[in-house]
Design a protein around this ligand. Sequence first.
Ligand SMILES: [Zn+2]
Ligand SMILES: [Zn+2]
Length: 420
Amino acid sequence: MRPVLILFAMILATTAFAERPDFEALVEKYEEQAIADRRWAHEHAELSMREFETQAWLRENLAAIPGVEMVEGDWGTGVVAMLKGGKPGPIVAWRTDMDALPITEETGLEFSCQRVDTLRSGRVTGVMHACGHDLHMAVALNMTRMLSDVRHEMPGTLLFIGEPAEEIGAGALMLLEAGIFDEGRRPKCALALHDHPTIPLGKVGSHTGPATANVDGFVLKVKGVGGHGAYPHKSVDPVSLAAKMILGFESIVARQMDVNHHCVISVGRIEGGAKSNVIPDEVVLEATVRSLDDETREALPEKIERLVNGLAASVGAPEPELEYYMGTAAGFNNPELVDECRAVFRRILGSENEYTYPAGMGGEDFAYFGREVPGFQFRLGVGRPDREMALHRSNLDIPEEAIAIGMRLAAEVVWEQMAE
Ligand SMILES: [Zn+2]
Ligand SMILES: [Zn+2]
C-alpha cells in the first residue's frame, strides 16, 4: 500500500472509531429513567391484545423523543416508530414485546401489579409481567432515547417495533401481515433480547441457528363405549386407551424420530369420566408438540395420527377425533448476525461473560421477523444468587441492574449493524 493510502486508511479507521458514541455515558444518563419506566410498565401489566394503557404510554413516550416519527398502521395494540439518523445507512429493527401473563403476582414489590382481569374462559386472574416484557420495554424505549441523542451522527434508521400479544404467539404475524416491513421500512435485520433468570446477571447468551421451537399441538377426543366399571368387557374403555396413547407419544419421540432432530410431545391436560365405577364414553387429551426444524415438524402429525388410529382399532374403539394445529414457528438466529453481535458483547462485557446456550423448546414469535429478514434474539442474564426464579412464575423479580446492561448492548448492536 502506498504511504498516502495507508494514511487515508488510518484516518478512516480513527474516524470510524471516534464516531462510535460514548454509550456508557448515555446509559448513565438514562438509567434512572429506564428503571422508572420499567416500574410503570410492571405496575400497569396488561394481557395479550388488551395492552391499551401500555400502548398509550409507549406512544406518548416515543412521540416525545426528538427525531422519532410514529408510524401509523393496523398494529392493533402495537406501536411502531422510526428514528432516522443524520447519516445514510440501513434500517435496523429492534423489537420489544408488550404483553403480560394471567398470573397473580407474588413478588411483594412496591410496584406490584394490582390488575385483575377475566379470561375468555371466565376465569378471573391477576395480571403480571412474569416474562420480563416490562424490562424489554424499558430497554427499547431508553435505547431509543440514547440513539436520539446521537441521531445526527447515526448511520441509519431505527425501526422500533412494540409487539403486542407475544405470549399468545399472535403479535409478530399480525404486524407483518399489516405491512410493518413494507417498502421504505424493510430492515436489514431484526434484533431483540429476552431476559433469562437461568443466566446470571451481567452475562449474555446467544445461540446460532434454530434457537426456539415450533410450538404446535393437538386436542384429541379418545372415543370409547361407556359402561359399568365392574364389567369392562362389555364396554370399550377410553381411559385405558388414552393411557396407551400417552405412552405411545413418548415412544414416537424415542423410537421413530432421529435423535439429532429434537422434538417433544407433552400431554398437559387429560379429562374424562365422572365416577370411579363408571367407564366413560370419551376422554379428551391436550398436548403440546415441539420441534426445532421444519422436517421434524411436518413428520409428527402423521405419526401421531397413525398411532392413535391404530391403538383405537386394536381395541375396537371408534376412530378418535384428532384436531392438530400448527402454532408459532421455530426461531432461527442468523449465524453471520450472531457472530457480529457476539463481537460487540465481548467488547462490552468481556469474553468471560459472553457464551452460547443450547437450543431450547420454548417458543417465541420473534421467529416470524427472523423468517423475513436476518434475525437474532439474545438472552440477557437476570439471574440472582439469592433466589431461584423462572419465567412465567409469580415470583419473578428481576435485578434492575440488568436494564442498563440491556440498554448498552441493544444500542451498540443496533449501531454496529447500521455502521457495518
Ligand atoms: Zn413469556
Ligand atoms: Zn417473553
